[in-house]
Write a protein that binds this ligand. Sequence first.
Ligand code: ZN
Ligand code: ZN
Length: 278
Amino acid sequence: MFRVHCWGVRGSLPVSGPQFQRYGGNTFCIEVQCGNHRLLFDAGSGLLPASRTLLGEGLKNYELFFTHCHYDHIVGLPFFLPIYVPDANIRVWSGHLENGMTTRAMMDDFIRPPWFPIRLEMCRANLDFRDFNAGDTIEVFPGLVMKTGKLNHPGNATGYRIEWQGRVFTLITDTEHTPGAPLDPNVLELIQGADLVLYDCMYVDDEMEKHRGFGHSTWQHAIRLAQAADVSRMGFVHHSPLRTDEELDDIARQAAELMDGAFPVADGTTFDLLRQSY
Ligand SMILES: [Zn+2]
Ligand SMILES: [Zn+2]
């Protein structure tokens, strides 16, 4: 089993309404299943439906990785239901923090009054915090090795490359490219030869100039990267909260003309990396 499920792929802010029905409005939360192991990436608003489902399945052991801690990637954290379950074991990992901040301090600062009525210390699960440096290779479990890399984002962010049973999945969100500059070597290393990449496509190329320094990339750049690094399937994620279903359909049509297997991803999509289906 090597499965990737998208519980939230919207960037910046959750959205709802008829114009966002098909691609969905929850912010970042991606679940990766490697055999019996379940890994969650980011705690956006998609973490609530994810945790309801996983708790419903009776899951006891959780691995939660942060790409970084901007609001769209942590807003669901107080609604991560397993943190309130006494026999749940949760390891929380982050590699983007600077100036001595720990993963524990980051969570502690967010889950407390006046932002939320309870404190982290009132959570009843067994919490185990793991700090690493973006660029480290992590053995999450025996046989499950994950490479990490630093992304170009304000305050830093971490990209993840998971190799399991000969297949590769890479998650790259959020990152900014410089138009016309050489491709980011950190990103190329993480995505090289991947079977599936999910990549930050907040903007389109025409919007990059006015959003310089915002820390995001485009679907056209995702295709450039995919073609340079022999990527089989390139999924566009971190959709702008302004991007409607209709606009994403239009992007899908344009992308299909440039590359087979390049497409915008919707909430609820499951990818099976061993069967190459979705
Ligand atoms: Zn983001
Ligand atoms: Zn961000």
